[in-house]
Design a binder for this molecule. Sequence first.
Ligand code: SER
Length: 891
Amino acid sequence: MTVSLTTAQIREKYLQFFEGKGHLRLPSYSTVAPDPTTLFTVAGMQPFKDQFMGAPAVFDGVANRRVTTAQKCLRIGDIENVGRTLRHCSLLEMLGNFSFGDYFKQESLTWAWEFLTSPEWLGLDRARLYVTIYEEDEEAFRIWTEVNGLPADHILRFGADENFWPADAPKEGPNGPCGPCSEIFYDRGPKYGNDTWAEYAETRESARFLEIWNNVFPQFDRQDPLPDGTPVLKDLPFKNIDTGMGLERIATVVQDVYDFYSNDVFAPIVAKVAEMSGQAYDGPQSVSHRVVAEHIRSVSMVIADGSVPSNTGRGYVVRKILRRACRHAYLLGLREPSLFKLVPIVAERMGDAYPELRENLAKIGATVQSEEERFLKTLEGGIQRLGGLLSGMERGAVLSGQDAFVLYDTYGFPVDLTKEIAEEYGITVDEAGYAESLENAQEIARAGSKYGKSELFGGNQEALEGLPRTEFVGYDELSVDADVVALVGAGERLSHLPAGSEATVVLSRTPFYAEGGGEVGDTGRLEWEGGAGVVRDTRKTPQGVFLHDVLVEEGELREGVRVRGVVSGERRATERHHTATHLLHAALRAVLGDGVAQKGSLVAPDRLRFDFSHGAALTAPEIAAVELLVSRWVSANFPVTWQEMPIADAKAAGATALFGEKYGETVRVVRVGGSVEYAGQSVSSMELCGGAHVRRTGDIGAFVILGDENVAAGVRRIEALAGDAATAWVRERLNAAAKVASLLNTGVDGLEARVSGLQAQLKAAEKDIAAVKRQLAEAQMGGGSGGAAQTRELGGFRVAALKLAGLEGNELRGAADRLLDQSGADMVVVAGEKGLVVKVTKDAVTRGAHAGQLIGKLAAAGGGKGGGRPDMAQAGVTDADAALGALDTAF
Ligand code: SER
């Protein structure tokens, strides 16, 4: 039987449960994403990416490698489904527990099971739980079946599209932490559908089997794949845990209500929508009730976090969600602003957990109301435009799907309303065409997403149609005058950009290099009469239209004005790294052989990265030889030249082309005008390349290889620096070495001998200490008999307890093992100054003893936290005597 709990009670229980397992409880982070991969925070783990990658796990001065949160997340990729289905939400509260290199799969899955099934926590029926695991994850299979006792036919295996997080990350990205996952489902029973779990393997869609909790095992750092598509997954410094349970969903399950719109948070909002509109929730309009109720919650939360409706970036999404809610309010017959009246209910239901809702109540209400007023005006514009279209058509004609879509996309005009009005003119709407246009727009939006497939950033392909190729003059010039040909923001052409806004700018000609061939896009400035802006990045379309991402700082940028584009000085640093990359390539082929082929590269102002085929790690002498060859080219100060020529001529001249790369008829060849000697051969560099380069090799300056690593089978990666970046790096390392040497009272040359000597001393000292600690423990334990321990009968078990001075951690665990042997007790409890260890014999475990549960109670009495397995558990405490003192009452 499930216990009925409110949403707030479930949230609190979850956080308490994980606090009991030694986690630090943190408040939700903002909905504004902590990193640029998404606009909004989309997962509970997102604020902790750095910790997954190895940064110290210290939060407001408290160090803890276990953290638990209820995080507000916004997921907008599926927004069209919100309200239509009973499962999609745009705002979700993710209950999460995280481990940064601390516990891993075993604890994650057994704790999840304990929280869901133990009567003390949620008490869900075990027979109704099902899971999916990653196809190769035998460890997860073993834990689910052998430790948690889940029948094997409750488990399905899927590939990286389902059981990897982010979904398909190895192939699709984003870069950063990722790993296989195991999802937990709850069977809501036949009243929701008569499908079976086995069928879920095919359908992957079910109203009956509801996914409630995702346990992710982030152990990889995903990098850009090689150009042939081979995924690159580096090991993270340690293995992590990231779990996310959707609070809306688990509340639906625990409260056994039909959908989350009937749970204790949503029901009052839905009821108010019904009251204001006079339309009952069970009527044909129920989609609209749901959309309004769900969206007002998200919008209130993001406005509380400081986002406001606008035409770009995050503001565009806020506007989009709010307008979708407005449309549905209109469909319910609400012709005056009314959504703002729902905001106090949201604040009332959720304000305890998210006080920002109450603090910003007036601002949220006013923002929603003024957007509603604007929307109602826009809608009038749409009605006029539609009236114009329809009055020019014959009765019985069909309004095109594209027209209906433009009305929707530009005027926020619901297609249902379009149909209704068109009917009055005897005209029907091409609904299939409309659906197709909508689908296309969504595809574009998803393609623009960098975070999984689910996030939306207004795509702008259509708005770029018909624009001419941009003339690129940046190989020779870094500053030119040009005309603004187009301004595009959030998928639409704009006539002007006010100060403070950001959009894509297309120029008649440009000195800015667009990201390509491994080289990053240029940054810089645009200046015009009365204004200026920053160029943050430059990309180009396959049709050769250059797109400059511009933030207007002063004045207003208008289509048609004359601007001066000035490329940032960083470009020179990028050029150094690009020419250095060609020389590195040629040097690697000379030193390692012709088997070296370029697999990918990154050329940036601050570094270069070069991936190439080679079967083994580079030896120190090989790295030194490659570095020396490049330095010889640099000091020879050869000219670097480039020239366009037919591809056949380039190949005949021996230019290096990238395998698998598509080249046009005419190619650009970059040549270093001179060769260097290596092992009796003369080595030169000539490559097909569209990138920016130095004029002479001497411009490169210093060159240093940072290291070589493995990124995929048979593929190595070198990172290197050129110019000032190289000089600074070398200086920093020399300073660090000098500092360490002086701490050790020697010079850099004497470091190696000094450190080896210290290591040997340390090893000997550790051995001595271990022997002394062992003697210390033995003496305190009664010299091998275990006689010093107090042994008592508690709860039907013989329990030996002992306080040991001067021992911690491993030593305490070792002592507990020996005491269990020596004393003949069923369980031993051993305390140090700040630590506690409980060990239980196998036999006592089968009779129901549980070290983890016992230590939880003892640790609580001793002012600490702890947990563990039935046979072994440990805890940190502030008062070990109080912990031991609680033993008598713990059974
Ligand atoms: N990051 C995972 C998810 O969002 C689990 O927290 O599903």
